[in-house]
Design a protein around this ligand. Structure first.
Ligand SMILES: C[S@@+](CC[C@H](N)C(=O)[O-])C[C@H]1O[C@@H](n2cnc3c(N)ncnc32)[C@H](O)[C@@H]1O
Length: 267
């Protein structure tokens, strides 16, 4: 280990020990997650397979907890409502077609499905367990007649979806669990499926300091990194200041196609 890395390692270890001493109640759940992380990392090399297994493990305990750290149903409903109200304020119309990436158990999706015309909601997710829970939400909310599309996916190339088809693409709390290559794959392909004038909103865990990840589950990015990644694929990104005023810890970026280049898949 070089001296800079050793110093950084010592600082990070000291920080972790201080944090643990100050928050003793957080140590057992962290230790459980660390053990699970070590085991699943041995089993799965690929991030999607790894995170799918994390979701299966979380969903076995509670699907509400699997899509958000706080397992209360009130908080689940509140976060879903916040996403919905925000997009309606920003111009979502019933006739729009919407793609929700990482739709989860339809915390917000149930409101989008209800609001949009039949067949206009497409939810994709990497977790079969979560998609079963999403179907339960459709049944519980009596939304069958709205014919939502709920599809399992293995990547974010959207290869099975047609060109220029979605007015709104939405991903809430998905890039906060995604390594850079997954985000880049999404940004390289999303322009192709966006309808003219369409946009893609996503939230992310923002850091002003060094980018880092915790237990391969939570990823922290600088805004500039994501803005530059979007630009690389012909997309312009706008930081959504009004989202910052809402009671939510993540930030939001909105990307839209600036050139025809975004509509053709870039490498
Ligand atoms: C924290 S949950 C949020 C779910 C939903 N967006 C919401 O706000 O309730 C993250 C969801 O994204 C899914 N997910 C994570 N990585 C994904 C990826 N690369 N592609 C599609 N779905 C993904 C997970 O399976 C999970 O259902």
């Amino acid at each position: 280990m070089g001296s800079t890395r050793l110093t950084r390692y010592r600082k990070s270890l000291a920080h972790q020990v201080t944090y643990a001493l100050r928050n003793p109640d957080k140590v057992p759940p962290y230790a459980r997650r660390a053990a699970r992380d070590a085991w699943l990392r041995l089993k799965y090399r690929d991030h999607i397979a790894y995170y799918r297994a994390v979701m299966a493990s979380d969903a076995a305990r509670s699907t509400e907890a699997a899509v958000g750290h706080n397992p209360s149903r009130d908080r689940w409903a509140q976060i879903g409502r916040m996403q919905f109200d925000y997009l309606v304020r920003h111009g979502l119309k019933p006739q729009h077609r919407m793609l929700e990436i990482g739709c989860g158990n339809l915390r917000a999706g149930r409101l989008f499905i209800d609001y949009l015309e039949s067949g206009h909601y497409y939810g994709i997710d990497i977790s079969p367990d979560i998609l079963i829970a999403a179907q339960d939400t459709v049944v519980r909310e009596g939304l069958q007649a709205k014919l939502p599309h709920l599809t399992l996916t293995d990547d974010l190339t959207f290869a099975f979806l047609p060109d220029a088809s979605f007015d709104v693409v939405h991903a809430h709390s998905v890039f906060s669990h995604s390594p850079p290559d997954v985000i880049e794959q999404c940004l390289a392909h999303v322009g192709r499926v966006l309808a003219p004038g369409g946009f893609f909103d996503f939230t992310f865990d923002r850091t002003e300091g060094r980018e880092h990840q915790v237990l391969h589950e939570d990823f922290y990015y600088r805004t500039d990194t994501l803005v530059e990644l979007a630009a690389k694929h012909g997309l312009s990104a706008q930081f959504m200041d009004d989202w910052e005023k809402l009671p939510h810890l993540q930030s939001k970026l909105r990307v839209s196609a600036v050139s025809e280049a975004a509509r053709t898949v870039s490498p």
